[in-house]
Design a protein around this ligand. Structure first.
Ligand SMILES: Nc1ncnc2c1ncn2[C@@H]1O[C@H](COP(=O)(O)OP(=O)(O)OP(=O)(O)O)[C@@H](O)[C@H]1O
Ligand SMILES: [Mg+2]
Length: 340
């Protein structure tokens, strides 16, 4: 028996002011170590059946966000709510139910697939854990699921081990394994960054097909605005643990309003129109010194049009810059710096 899909109105999943701080220990001196704020008061909502892109460069907090959403880690502050269930308060059966409803596809398929297990055993595992089906039925379900992700005939795959597949096939199996428990939401953390371009395109098509077929919400994590534009309905841009801009994918790409988003676009060959004539030219070359960590805008040290008296002293809140389109910049909604 498959669990019932949550069906109320409103967003499927919500992050409410979520923070995560990593403390690194200095081993030799036993001190408290350095604190890394991986996520800083991040609020997001994910609608049913949408593909949502979380875009940011390396170290911006994307994987941290993914691990919190699927429950592999707990936030230090804030709430993560699926329907009306607060993940941080869930225990026992309700917690296991949450973990089943929200699945993760890792960048490296080996994080989902045990190299010692055949594809059949790997894929049957979540069914056994969640007490879905009898032994016989599980095999049939695994076969069906492999077909859904384009691995057919499935008989050719079920007795193989992960290392006997291509990288693209392995990632398909990892996606099939995430989908086999019929989740409401799948978080895919850079699922194609280890694949060749042609395989990447196939995985994108597959994610789209799965959204259509299972109406699952897909949270797609990437460092590439081009990939997010191609695949996603909405996009949020994250920088050093803070959200900079979010809105419909076309809005954010065609009419970016945050200097950081513009800088990212300039750095994307597909959108930047070559190095000589960047569209926005907002990223400064060297980091300027900031008065204090966490006091002002996270992008202040690299933002060319920034005004120190404001940007280095006050954390920007969301400003409406278009239909369903917001930017966390003091000057995004108007003024000479915002540009057009
Ligand atoms: N377990 C950990 N202990 C200490 N610091 C961590 C830990 N995990 C992540 N960090 C730090 O938190 C920040 C965010 O890391 P995260 O892995 O979420 O970034 P990311 O956006 O996924 O980057 P990438 O694109 O490289 O995968 C980084 O500064 C990282 O060094
Ligand atoms: Mg990551």
């Amino acid at each position: 028996m498959m669990a019932e899909r949550p069906s109320a109105d409103g967003p499927l999943l919500e992050l409410d002011q979520v923070s995560r701080v990593y403390r690194t220990r200095t081993r030799f001196f036993g001190g408290r170590g350095r604190a890394v704020v991986a996520l800083d008061r991040v609020s997001l909502t994910f609608d049913r059946g949408e593909i949502f892109g979380l875009v940011g460069e390396s170290g911006s907090g994307k994987t941290t966000c993914a691990r919190l959403i699927v429950g592999l880690e707990s936030p230090d502050e804030g709430r993560i709510v699926l329907e009306d269930q607060d993940l941080t308060a869930l225990r026992g059966r309700a917690y296991r139910q949450y973990r089943r409803q929200v699945q993760m596809v890792f960048q490296d398929p080996y994080q989902s697939l045990n190299p010692q297990l055949t594809i059949l055993d790997s894929m049957a595992e979540p069914l056994i854990t969640n007490r879905i089906d009898t032994h016989r039925q599980r095999r049939a379900r695994v076969m069906d699921s492999l077909k859904t992700v384009g691995l057919s005939p499935p008989e050719d795959f079920i007795y193989r081990f992960p290392h006997q597949l291509s990288g693209g096939q392995r990632q398909r199996v990892a996606i099939a394994r995430a989908m086999i428990v019929d989740p409401a939401c799948v978080v895919a953390d850079e699922p194609t960054s280890m694949l060749d371009a042609s395989y990447s395109a196939q995985i994108f098509e597959l994610l789209r097909a799965l959204r259509r077929e299972f109406s699952a919400t897909v949270i797609f994590i990437t460092h590439s605005l081009a990939a997010a534009r191609y695949l996603c309905d909405r996009i949020a841009v994250i920088y050093r643990g803070r959200l900079m801009e979010q809105g419909p994918a076309t809005e954010v790409i065609e009419r970016p309003r945050h200097p950081y988003t513009r800088a990212l676009l300039d750095a994307t060959p597909k959108f930047g129109r070559g190095e000589k004539t960047p569209r926005y030219d907002t990223l400064i070359q060297t980091e300027r010194v900031s008065a204090g960590a966490g006091v002002g805008c996270a992008f202040y040290p690299r933002c060319k049009p920034a005004r120190p008296e404001r940007c280095d002293r006050e954390i920007p809140v969301w400003r409406q810059v278009g239909p369903d389109h917001v930017a966390a910049c003091h000057f995004a909604a108007g003024g000479p710096e915002a540009g057009g």
